[in-house]
Each structure stands twice: as C-alpha cells, then as structure tokens.
Design a protein around this ligand. Structure first.
Ligand SMILES: N[C@@H](CCC(=O)NCCCC(=O)O)C(=O)O
Length: 248
C-alpha cells in the first residue's frame, strides 16, 4: 500500500510566557496537508540529524514568519533596532534547504521561506523594501482585518517558459503581499519565475533541482482551496512529494 507522504513544516521559535515554543501557523499546516501528513520541524539547528530527517520526509515547506533572516547570513548591514530575528530557525532552515535540494526532496518556500531559499543559495536581501527605490510598499496594514491584509494587492508577471506557466498560471495574476524584506541579489542557480510591477522578484525555482523546488514571496497558503492559482502550486508540490514517497 502507498505510504502517505510526510511533509516537514519549518517551525519558528516563539517566547510564550516564560518559555520558548517551536510553532508553525495553522494555515501552513493545513496547506501542507494537501501534500501529505505535516510534521513540524523544530528549530533545533545542528541538534537535528539532517541526513536522517531527509531520509524520513517526502517534502519540506519553509513557512512565512514575522521574523527576518539575520543579515550575517548574507553579509548584509546590521539590522535596524527592533528587527525581529530567529537565529535558531536560521540555523535550521538554511542548511536544510541546501541539503534538501541536493537530496532531491521537493521544497516550497513561502515569504520568509522564500527569502531563506535566496540566502541559502548565496543571494542577499533588501531589509526595507519600502525604503528602497524603485520599490513600492509590499507590507500589509496590521490594523486591517485579516481578510484585507491577505487580499489581492498587486499583479505579478509570470515568466514565460517557467514552472509557474507550466502549472497553468496565466501571464498576469493578482497576489497578496505581506513582507518588508525582499530579494536584492538573486541566489546562484535560481531562476526568476515571477516579478511584481516594480521589478521585485516574487518567485523563483532552483534550476539544478531534479524535483519541485519553488520559492514565492506571496502567501499561496492563504485560503488556498478557493484560489486556483494558489492551489495549482500546492497540487504540484503534492504530486512531487507523492512521487518521492513512491520512490522509497
Ligand atoms: N519577515 C519577513 C517575512 C515576511 C513573512 O513571512 N510574513 C508572514 C508573517 C505571518 C505569516 O503569515 O506567517 C519580511 O517582512 O519580509
């Protein structure tokens, strides 16, 4: 009988009361369940046996987060005071992304996860896109109701001949936008899959990957079942994870 694919979902560390918890948001876990059984991967850095983990999972979802990749990972300038980081998550996800691609495990990076993929492949980040010319403000308004924060904010130009086009996405789609950081220089071996009207990279795939390896700056996990473009991404991720599970 076919084994259910196991989908690793990256966790953030978060102080709740006096204790640190390893947490992953419900919307990521529910969307990962399209591909298989979600397994939250704690942010334990080198305490995790990476090879053993990659032997166990059939796909990895790198989630979004309010925290930002620490600039020492991309030789960036020091963060502005008050910038939220999660060093334990960086120490877990950055090496895991590289190892997963080498091992042929399907990966999907969303928002922070997309930025982590870029950094893992040697790229750099703008730390404040909204203060960087010629870019627009890609942040949400935290005072708006959630449905508005995750509403469609700008268009995307989908790169002809790429993975997103292959998934049936039309040349222009509308997406949500909830991030302050963004791609400055693209990591090596990444192929641009979509850009915002201001030129910001919004999606890339890993050229050398022999399976699904996609990063997106927007949030396709949000109400994924009611957006055919968002769903197409998760369905292809799911197909790749099933294929991986069957190859075991
Ligand atoms: N902090 C980074 C990444 C933005 C991001 O991942 N936002 C998601 C926040 C909550 C969630 O939906 O999980 C940036 O600001 O660029």
């Amino acid at each position: 009988m076919a084994r259910m694919p196991l989908i690793g979902v990256s966790a953030c560390t978060s102080l709740i009361g006096h204790h640190v918890f390893h947490i992953a948001g419900d919307k990521y876990i529910c969307a990962a369940a399209i591909a298989g059984l979600p397994l939250v991967i704690p942010a334990l850095g080198n305490l995790i046996d990476r090879d053993a983990l990659l032997e166990s999972v059939d796909g990895l979802l790198f989630t979004g987060s309010p925290s930002n990749v620490a600039p020492q990972h991309y030789n960036g300038p020091a963060s502005a005071a008050g910038t939220q980081h999660d060093l334990a998550r960086d120490d877990t996800t950055l090496p895991l992304i590289r190892a997963a691609v080498r091992a042929g495990i399907p990966i999907l990076g969303i928002c922070r996860g997309f930025q982590e993929m870029n950094v893992a492949f040697g790229g750099t980040l703008h730390q404040k896109v909204h203060e960087t010319s010629p870019y627009q403000d890609h942040r949400e308004d935290p005072l708006e109701p959630l449905d508005m924060q995750y509403g469609q904010r700008h268009s995307l130009t989908v790169q002809p001949g790429g993975l997103l086009e292959m998934l049936g996405l039309p040349p222009k789609i509308q997406v949500n936008s909830l991030h302050g950081q963004g791609v400055e220089t693209l990591g090596s071996g990444l192929r641009i899959e979509a850009s915002a009207p201001d030129g910001l990279v919004e999606a890339f795939s890993v050229e050398a990957a022999d399976t699904f390896a996609l990063g997106v700056q927007w949030h396709p996990e949000w109400q994924v079942q009611s957006n055919p473009h968002y769903l197409a991404i998760f369905q292809e991720f799911a197909r790749a994870c099933r294929e991986r599970a069957q190859r075991r």
